[in-house]
Design a protein around this ligand. Structure first.
Ligand SMILES: *Cc1c(COP(=O)(O)O)cnc(C)c1O
Length: 427
């Protein structure tokens, strides 16, 4: 190799992978094994004591998973990564590593619905409090922070409408408070946006969406930016203080700029257990090889669909940051100049009734609760994910009766426009 820095598309195919040392297999094999033979008793002891890196048991690490982790760390520009069973498992492990009962964190109000539930309900039973902040006014997030606040959590492209967060402004708030900024980068992917370059400290993903990309495998990842000083205060004892189960090792002191990824693995993943299956790691690795090509097409198609809907007489409004007149366009140009992603919302003139008729009328778009598939997907939140809320609550959540959310796939764009037109005619 020359000493040229590999480009993103090269990393998407090669980062972390080599031909298999034993068989020469070119594609990363699926290491479908639960456990690994130790070289000697000494070797085993050093693995268990964290004095040496190596495979012990697939709940903690696996070679297929390891390639996926190196690849994602390279694509996000982080120091290390940990792949787990789902996006929600990634969130659980991140907070498990920094929170104790009675602690709190600040999260953007506009988040993936599943995260709103996880943070607002399930985390409460661990004694972890979420404080909802207004991501559009970063300065107000500072007012929510106190001495027991452990992090700020945002999405780069926020659900459901794809609004772009001002990552650098929020990173400044976090930095001033001495806490890390955690960014869920699922909707943008590192192809469009790399939050670590804008001051984020930790990035996480649901690999289930665009990274895997084919709607066939669940996964999640935590990427350690390596930037946060876990020992600067006494807020993060898990990283700063000696760990009794590892002979008194201090994780931050010992592992430096990848201590967070290590802590999530050797404490969180080991004890809570949401390991990714080697088969899913393999599927997601294969998906990532075409991420740049897929994202280009996703963005092209989404822009064409957004423009088409904008000109349609049954459509009230279109909320896509890739449109020149979107209030989010300036932030999209700053943080994701190569494209505004594939997920956005629009409003139908006929309200609830029209929304239901529209999703039922579509033939090529699949009516389901997911995003980031090669296939085009649609959901009417008011009659599905946000059904249990009042009209007022739906409006506040950006899921009013007239709102439809699309995840635009990579099919021939003419076919997508034709399908939307025939369904709009029925709505
Ligand atoms: C899907 C999703 C999650 C949760 O990921 P799972 O893999 O479904 O657990 C978290 N954040 C965002 C933005 C998502 O789209």
């Amino acid at each position: 190799m020359t000493d040229q820095q590999p480009g993103f598309s090269t990393l998407a195919i090669h980062a972390g992978a080599q031909p298999d040392a034993t068989t020469g297999a070119r594609t990363t094999p699926i290491y479908q094994t639960t456990s690994y033979v130790f070289e000697s008793a000494d070797h085993a002891a050093s693995l268990f004591g964290l004095q040496a890196f190596g495979n012990i048991y697939t709940r903690i690490m696996n070679p297929t998973q390891g390639v996926l982790e190196e690849r994602l760390a390279a694509l996000e520009g982080g120091t290390a990564a940990l792949a787990v069973a789902s996006g929600h498992a990634a969130q659980l492990l991140v907070f498990h590593t920094i929170m104790e009962p009675g602690d709190n964190f600040v999260a953007a109000k506009k988040l993936y619905g599943g995260s709103v539930n996880q943070f607002g309900h399930s985390f409460k039973s661990f004694g972890w409090e979420v404080r909802w902040g207004d991501v559009e006014r970063p300065e107000t997030m500072a007012d929510l922070i106190d001495e027991r606040t452990k992090a700020i959590f945002i999405e780069s492209f926020a659900n459901p409408a794809g609004a772009v967060s001002d990552i650098a402004a929020i990173a400044e708030v976090a930095q001033k408070a001495g806490i890390p900024l955690i960014v869920d980068n699922t909707m943008a992917t590192p192809y469009l946006c790399r939050p670590l370059e804008h001051g984020a400290d930790i990035v996480l993903h649901s690999l289930t969406k665009f990274l895997g990309g084919h709607g066939n495998s669940m996964g999640g990842v935590i990427v350690d930016g390596g930037t946060f000083d876990w020992s600067a205060s006494d807020r993060y004892p898990m990283l700063k203080e000696p760990r009794p189960e590892y002979g008194g090792v201090k994780l931050h002191e010992t592992f430096g700029n990848f201590a967070f990824a290590i802590a999530c693995r050797v404490l969180g993943l080991r004890d809570l257990g949401p390991a990714i299956s080697p088969f899913n790691a393999f599927q997601i690795l294969t998906g990532i090889e075409t991420l740049p090509l897929r994202m280009q097409r996703h963005c092209e198609n989404a822009l064409a669909v957004a423009k088409h809907l904008k000109g349609h007489d049954k459509v009230e409004w279109v909320n896509y940051s890739g449109l020149d007149d979107s209030p989010n366009h300036a932030l999209q140009q700053k943080y994701a100049p190569d494209g505004a992603g594939a997920v956005f919302t629009f409003g139908l003139k006929g309200g609830y009734e029209a929304g239901v008729k529209f999703v039922e009328g579509l033939e090529l778009f699949s009516h389901l609760a997911n995003i980031g598939d090669t296939r085009s997907l649609v959901i009417h939140p008011a009659s599905t994910t946000h059904r249990q809320l009042s009209d007022e609550q739906r409006g506040a959540a950006g899921a009013g009766n007239e709102v439809v959310r699309l995840s635009v796939g990579i099919e021939a764009v003419g076919d997508l426009l034709a399908d939307l037109d025939q369904a709009l005619a029925k709505a």
